[in-house]
Design a protein around this ligand. Structure first.
Ligand SMILES: Cc1cc2nc3c(=O)[nH]c(=O)nc-3n(C[C@H](O)[C@H](O)[C@H](O)COP(=O)(O)OP(=O)(O)OC[C@H]3O[C@@H](n4cnc5c(N)ncnc54)[C@H](O)[C@@H]3O)c2cc1C
Length: 319
């Protein structure tokens, strides 16, 4: 069967992840434009969880079987391969998550098909697809020609309607899958970090870096965030130092954020951090080092010691 797009629906502890809903909303207009059917693929978990997150898909193929409860790239990759056989869909859209990136790469390699992680847009061109990705910290948008089948992408963005979790009436087709249990890896223990904050939707973020240094300064930065009605974010160094939990980390291995206002407090501006915040509307940085790289990417640069600058900003805001 040709002429179909799949979206991989990743499960989280509370059901289908919002990143998967964003992937569906990204894929849906494309399927409509090209007259292709749109199906979801979910591995493990319960049908109830999936039906509750129908997302406007035509149907969801639900792979079930021994060894599919916890994500392991090989087991999940094998299960998807067994389902596709030699008739894969034209395109598979994965959520922009570690799992999505893992699986997209696995399937692309297995079928010698084009893979792009972090696609912003996609269009058909001849026998393949042209997908674009924003690179060099937002400075350029690069087009990639992706050939083969199934072309696999993860998507940074979402469709114009945004993610739509919670619609109903999707047909869930249960597909028993055998033999997926064979895998060199075994989950022995997993620690789930409960997200307490949604940084992606925050309009104001005050981010803490290693430069915060002491409890008193940290509390002042927190007060500044409260006054600005913002959320606290962090660099990895600040998370490692114990100032904030990992769900507030921004960057390559944390959240990618686009607030209207981003205040960087004691942050050097390493590439792995910048990639998560560079698209913020206005960036204000406070750093004691005049040569801190973050200043090159900031709209407003405050050269000074956090211990002096932050209390002054608080006084100003309090009027
Ligand atoms: C694979 C990989 C993934 C990574 N993922 C991420 C990620 O997702 N997010 C992330 O943030 N990092 C990530 N990192 C780490 C990244 O490379 C940097 O180490 C990190 O971002 C540095 O954090 P920082 O700016 O808080 O600390 P530092 O680089 O130590 O900078 C501290 C800054 O504070 C300033 N400062 C010190 N004292 C004061 C003061 N009193 N007042 C004002 N300024 C002061 C200093 O001048 C300095 O510029 C990753 C690294 C790797 C290798």
């Amino acid at each position: 069967m040709a002429g179909r797009i799949w979206v991989y629906l990743e499960r989280g502890p509370g059901g289908i992840l919002e990143e998967s809903a964003a992937a569906v909303s990204f894929a849906a207009p494309a399927a409509q434009r090209w007259g292709l059917s749109l199906e979801g693929v979910c591995i493990g978990g319960s049908a109830f969880q999936i039906a509750d997150a129908a997302l406007g898909l035509e149907r969801v193929l639900h792979l079930q079987g021994e060894g599919l409860e916890d994500f392991r790239a090989k087991a999940y990759g094998n299960a998807m391969e067994a389902l596709m056989g030699d008739d894969p869909p034209e395109l598979i859209v994965f959520p922009s998550t570690t799992q999505g990136e893992d699986l997209a790469s696995w399937i692309g390699a297995a079928y010698h098909a084009g893979v792009l992680l972090g696609a912003r847009s996609i269009k058909r061109e001849g026998e393949g697809y042209v997908a674009s990705r924003v690179e060099f910290e937002g400075k350029v948008e690069v087009d990639y020609l992706l050939k083969g089948r199934p072309v696999c992408i993860t998507t940074e963005g979402q469709g114009p309607e945004g993610p739509s979790l919670g619609s109903t009436d999707v047909e869930v087709v249960a597909i028993p899958t055998a033999g997926a249990a064979e895998d060199a890896t075994r989950i022995i223990h997993s620690d789930l970090v409960k997200r307490t904050v949604n940084l992606k939707d925050a309009k104001v973020i005050v981010a803490v870096g290693a430069g915060v240094g002491d409890e008193g300064t940290f509390q002042k930065v927190r007060e500044l965030a409260d006054l600005l009605k913002g959320e606290l974010g962090a660099t990895r160094a600040a998370v490692d130092a114990g100032w904030l939990s990992h769900d507030r980390q921004i960057g390559q291995t944390g959240a990618k954020v686009r607030p209207d206002l981003y205040v960087a407090c004691g942050i050097s501006g390493a590439a792995q951090h910048r990639v998560g915040m560079i698209e913020s509307g206005t960036i204000v940085s406070i750093n004691i080092d005049p040569n801190a790289p973050i200043f090159r990417y900031s709209h407003y640069c405050i050269e000074g010691d956090l211990r002096e600058v932050v209390p002054k900003l608080i006084d100003l805001l309090k009027g």
